[in-house]
Every structure is written in structure tokens, then in C-alpha cells.
Design a protein around this ligand. Structure first.
Ligand code: G16
Length: 551
């Protein structure tokens, strides 16, 4: 690192002192905290993004969002060249620089890292970072801090793409690095075109069945609702009523996280919506759940990420089966795998296994699920909270393109041709970079129309086991260390035995605890044969967590 670069780093970082006594960690999805604590962290993540861009010779993304968290929080995360999450190999360095106490120690860390990673700061490619934010009021000033971080690396360019959903930013990073058009307009163009294509391919006999074109969407008073309100007029065959698209407080009594955890209607919904298909996005539109309002009540029938996954799996499996029936093409046995976390309802995992699918569990966090799903030709991953997508391997996609071309000339319009083109359309509609509520919603809608299914019929695929999730405030959540895809607690010693003894009291009892990576709490998840039992198991385990961790 030359003297000019050192001075620039020392000078700029002195303008962004870290808040005293605060220790931050990159967590499940980047750094998250009260927005007032984040300027220094975001500035430093700007530097990190610039270094990552130089090292990879690619465009990197930096997103300012705290997604489902309350509006006073904010956060920052990096999108790698593929559009996926920052490589986990860089997370310890992200933690180290975020917590460096002063400009000199920050400079020392950067100097060592640049040498260790062979990052060429002079004469190599210049850093290019796409910078997006959600609608949080604190976002604009944090974007300025990020710009300072990016540009204090010599030659670094920050490209401010404004207010976007998190998945849109990830999509743009991926598109830019593939050398294709990458604006927000191109994102809409791609999803609207592939959605229309799937809708046009619907078997006629299904078009007038139980499913209608009306959908009500809760936008969480965030960026997703705002974007969908603009997008909806370009969607043929679908009539969308968007509620909560910006007038109320972000994520307060609204949004996918609220609906999934509380299992009640979000603000602005009520008994008059009973029976209608409804969906809810989270604050930055990377999660999606569906629900229907129960008559004369504020309760809902929740259709969560597990059921979205099951719907996608059924549809894709069917398209592969139809394609497989074709005898006169070079066959390709595509591997289809499903990835879930410990939060997946036990009934969903059993259902997916009964379909003959390979189901794998990973720890919570898209970064883990995505990595696993990428091992298949078609990897479907979903968290119960509605975060997920479908990944297609390059090898499978190029085989599919060839078969589709061949079928288009030999048997255009045949079932096999439609199956091949449906699969291609799904791969273009669904975000290949990260879970995306907008494109996920369009795929759900297209598949329901294909099946001719109402939301009630979809929900009957299997019966969820009753479950309960609780948050427990403790002194230090990092004291909880888990293993085996977060299904057991390794430390503090003795807590797992106490939890197991509690679980043994319940029919179909299952329970686990883990530290949240986005909020300062320990999460408890319990499942049992009745709602009362699930509630009681969750509460008993909450008491155990307090006993072991409130010291
Ligand atoms: C983020 C992650 C998700 C994770 C969620 C909750 O979602 O992207 O993978 O499930 O946090 O994580 P935790 O339980 O560790 O707090 P989002 O929508 O907030 O970005």
C-alpha cells in the first residue's frame, strides 16, 4: 500500500469513528444494529467491498438494509460477483475491520489483509461497487458513508442505484458480471416476459378451475410494496391489490416476518378479505409468505416458505417427468434436490421425502442454503420464513436450451416442448442470485394457474404440525453454540440435556434453540402434536434458556 493510499485511509477513517463499547458481527445476513451505530461500520464495509471488487476483477454489490428488523435498525451486506452472499472466507476479516478501535489499527488490518490476499492496489483493476438501499430513513446518510469507504480506495467507483429491493441489487450484480443488461428496467422486463410466457403455456383445461386472478399483497410498508405497485399494471392475467406500500411504519404489524411468526392478519387486512389469496413481503422483499384470512377473525391460514417450496418442487418434478417421457432425445438425468433448515415444519420434510426428493438441512441463513442448493442441477431452497429460490446448473440449462430448440423444430407445442420451455422460463423468472419475493410471487401465481389450484387446495398439500417460535433476551447470545445444522446446543454444557428432557414429555415434540444472527435474541422453535403442546414446550424451553444464560 503506497503512502498516498495510507494517508487517504487514515484521513477518511478518522471521520467515521466506531461507537465506543459496541461489538458487531457479520451475522446471518451482514451487519445489523440500531442505525445510529452503523456509520463507521458501513464506511468500513465500503472499503471491504472495494477490496473484494479489486481482488475478483468484478462488480460487487453493497446493500443498505435491515430487512425484517424494526425501522430504527439498519444494516449492510455485500453481494459477491455471482450475485450471491459475500464469501464466508471474508467474514472474519469483515468482523475484524468493523471492530478495529481506531484508524491506525484499521490501517494495519487492511495492510496485512491486502498482502495476505495478494490484492493489487496499484496498476490493477479499479474497484466498482453497486450501491443500493431500502426505504429506511437512515439509508440515505449510510449510503454516503459507504461511498466514502469505496472511494477512499484509489480509483474506487461507487455506482449509486438508489432504492431497490435487496434481490434486485443481487440480480443486477450478477447480470453486470455476466455482461448482460443490468438496470432495474431490465430486471422487470425479464420477470414480466418469463411470467407471461408461463401463463401463456397453461393447459386450457386448468384455466377456469378453482383459481382466480385476484391477489392481495401486504408490502410491509417497504420497498417491495412500492415496486410491486408500479409493476402490477404490466402483469397480464393477474389483478393485484397492493396494501401497505409505504404509508405506515415499515415492518410494524405488517410484513412476512410478522405474518409468519404471529399467524394473524397484517395491518389493513380483515374479515372482508376472508377466502381471498393473500401474500406478504418483508421489508426489503427477499421473503414471501402466503395466507388466507379466516372468516370473522384476525387469524389466518398460513402458507409458509415450506409450502412454497413444496409447490415449486411438485411443479418442477412434473415438468422433468414429462420431459423424461421423451424417448428420442439424448436423455439427461437431472438431479433435483431440496434444502431446508431446522425451522422447516416436520410435516413438510416428511411430505417432500414422500415425493421421493432428496432433502438436506443446513444452518439458518441463505448463504448456507444457497451453497448447498448449487450442488444440484435443480436445487430448491427455502426457509420456513419465506426466503428461498431455485438454482439451475449451467450444464443443465445448456442441455435444456438444446432440447428446447430440437423440440421446437420436431414437435412444437407438444407436452415435452412445453415442459422444456416451462423449465427455461422458470430459470429466467426466478432470481438465480438470491431469494426474491417479487419473482417468487410470480412463480407461485403461474404454478397455481397451471395446477388450477386455489390457495386452500394448495394449503392442503399436507397439514403443518403446530409450532411456536419465541425470542428470548439474554445477556450474551453468543454464549449459545450449536451443532448439527443448529438442531443441538453444544454450549453451554448441560442445556441440551435439559431441552431433551422437556421434549420427551410431548408427542411429536421437537425443539431447538439458536442465537439470532440479525437480532440481539436467542430464538426458540418448538413443534408438537397440538398447538397447546407446542406453546407449552416453547415456554418451558424459554425458561431453560433463561436459567442457563441469564447471568
Ligand atoms: C435474514 C437471512 C435469513 C434468516 C433471517 C433470520 O433474513 O437472510 O436467511 O432466516 O435473517 O435470521 P436469524 O434467525 O439469524 O435472525 P432477512 O430477511 O432479515 O434478511
Amino acid at each position: 500500500m503506497n503512502q498516498q493510499q495510507r494517508s487517504a485511509l487514515l484521513h477518511s477513517s478518522s471521520l467515521f469513528p466506531p461507537p465506543p463499547g459496541v461489538k458487531l458481527s457479520y451475522g446471518t445476513a451482514g451487519f445489523r444494529a440500531d442505525a445510529s451505530l452503523l456509520e463507521s461500520t458501513v464506511f468500513r464495509v465500503g472499503i471491504l467491498a472495494a477490496l473484494r471488487s479489486i481482488q475478483t476483477g468484478s462488480v460487487i454489490g453493497l446493500m443498505i438494509t435491515a430487512s425484517h428488523n424494526q425501522v430504527s435498525d439498519n444494516g449492510v451486506k455485500i453481494a459477491d460477483p455471482s450475485g450471491g452472499m459475500l464469501t464466508q472466507l471474508w467474514e472474519p476479516f469483515a468482523d475484524a475491520i468493523a471492530n478495529a478501535p481506531d484508524p491506525n489499527s484499521l490501517l494495519q488490518l487492511l495492510d496485512d489483509f491486502v498482502k495476505k490476499e495478494n490484492i493489487t492496489l496499484e496498476g490493477g483493476p479499479a474497484a466498482r461497487v453497486l450501491l443500493g438501499r431500502d426505504t429506511r430513513p437512515s439509508g440515505a446518510s449510510l449510503v454516503e458513508a459507504a461511498k466514502q469507504g469505496i472511494t477512499c480506495i484509489t480509483g474506487g467507483t461507487a455506482i449509486d442505484v438508489g432504492v431497490l429491493t435487496t434481490p434486485q441489487l443481487h440480480w443486477m450484480v450478477r447480470a453486470k458480471n455476466k455482461g448482460v443488461e443490468a438496470s432495474e428496467h431490465h430486471y422487470y422486463d425479464q420477470i414480466v416476459t418469463s411470467f407471461s410466457y408461463l401463463m401463456d403455456n397453461i393447459p386450457r383445461e386448468n384455466s377456469s378451475k378453482d383459481v382466480n386472478d385476484k391477489l392481495i399483497v401486504d408490502g410491509a410498508d417497504g420497498v417491495g410494496g412500492e415496486k410491486l405497485e408500479k409493476l402490477k399494471s404490466s402483469l397480464k392475467y393477474l389483478s393485484i391489490d397492493v396494501r401497505n406500500y409505504g404509508d405506515g411504519v415499515l415492518n410494524e404489524g405488517v410484513g412476512a416476518d410478522y405474518v409468519q411468526k404471529e399467524k394473524v392478519v397484517p395491518r389493513g387486512f380483515g374479515p372482508s378479505d376472508a377466502g381471498i389469496r393473500c401474500a406478504s413481503l418483508d421489508g426489503d422483499a427477499d421473503r414471501l409468505v402466503y395466507f388466507s384470512v379466516l372468516s370473522n377473525s384476525n387469524k389466518i391460514d398460513l402458507v409458509d416458505g415450506d409450502k412454497i417450496l413444496s409447490l415449486f418442487a411438485l411443479f418442477l418434478k412434473e415438468q422433468l417427468r414429462i420431459l423424461d417421457d421423451k424417448a428420442n432425445t439424448s436423455s439427461y438425468k437431472a438431479s433435483l434436490g431440496v434444502v431446508q433448515t431446522a425451522y422447516a415444519n416436520g410435516a413438510s420434510t416428511e411430505y417432500l421425502k414422500q415425493l421421493g426428493l432428496e432433502v438436506v438441512l443446513t444452518p439458518t441463513g441463505v448463504k448456507y442454503l444457497h451453497e448447498k442448493a448449487a450442488e444440484y442441477d435443480i436445487g430448491i431452497y427455502f426457509e420456513a420464513n419465506g426466503h428461498g429460490t431455485i438454482l439451475f446448473s449451467e450444464t443443465f440449462l445448456s442441455w435444456l436450451e438444446n432440447i428446447n430448440n430440437e423440440l421446437s423444430s420436431t414437435s412444437k407445442g407438444s407436452d415435452q416442448h412445453k415442459a422444456a420451455s416451462n423449465l427455461l422460463a422458470v430459470s429466467k423468472l426466478i432470481n438465480q442470485a438470491v431469494g426474491d419475493a417479487l419473482s417468487g410471487l410470480l412463480l407461485v401465481e403461474a404454478i397455481l394457474q397451471h395446477m388450477g389450484w386455489s390457495i386452500q387446495k394448495w394449503n392442503e398439500l399436507y397439514q403443518d404440525l403446530p409450532s411456536r417460535q419465541l425470542k428470548v433476551k439474554v445477556v450474551d447470545r453468543t454464549a449459545v453454540i450449536t451443532g448439527n445444522a443448529e438442531t443441538v446446543v453444544v454450549s453451554p454444557v448441560g442445556i441440551q440435556e435439559a431441552i431433551d428432557a422437556e421434549i420427551a414429555k410431548y408427542t411429536k415434540g421437537r425443539c431447538f434453540v439458536r442465537p439470532s444472527g440479525t437480532e440481539d435474541v436467542v430464538r426458540v422453535y418448538a413443534e408438537a402434536s397440538t398447538q397447546e403442546a407446542a406453546d407449552s414446550l416453547a415456554h418451558s424451553v424459554m425458561v431453560i434458556v433463561h436459567q442457563f444464560l441469564w447471568f
